[in-house]
Design a protein around this ligand. Structure first.
Ligand SMILES: C[S@@+](CC[C@H](N)C(=O)[O-])C[C@H]1O[C@@H](n2cnc3c(N)ncnc32)[C@H](O)[C@@H]1O
Length: 112
């Protein structure tokens, strides 16, 4: 229903995420499960990551492969060790992704 699709905290996400939150958003078992799931050799678009993406420890694509982290807080995105590039974009205000069709092999979005 429309109520189900309405955020409990409707408002400005950019304001909520203005300050970085260097926390874990899920327990260890859940995070380990995500890590086992996220294995890729291709180009990756990571939507709404923070300082962590739950990718395997130390994972970073080998050039020219890329991993784009797109979220709201620049400090969280800068601290993300898997990204090769990052972009701040409020997807509520601007849901259009600035990438060509089929630019990525894998799109991830965890806990967001
Ligand atoms: C609960 S955290 C989850 C972070 C990470 N994906 C994880 O699994 O730990 C939500 C993330 O989504 C991003 N986010 C929230 N609202 C957003 C929006 N409207 N547009 C883009 N990113 C957003 C925030 O910057 C934040 O890092």
């Amino acid at each position: 229903t429309a109520k189900d699709l309405t955020p409990m905290m409707a408002g400005n996400d950019g304001f909520f995420y203005f300050l970085p939150k260097f926390v874990q958003h899920a327990g260890e078992e859940c995070r380990d499960s995500l890590t086992r799931f996220f294995l890729s050799d291709g180009d990756v678009l990571d939507l709404c990551p923070s300082w962590t993406s739950h990718y395997p420890s130390g994972w970073r694509p080998s050039p020219p492969r890329r991993c784009v982290a797109l979220g709201l807080n620049p400090l969280e995105l800068l601290a993300n060790p898997s990204k090769t590039e990052w972009r701040v974009q409020d997807l509520n205000k601007d849901p259009q992704l600035p990438y060509a069709d089929a630019a990525f092999d894998l799109v991830t979005n965890s806990l967001s």
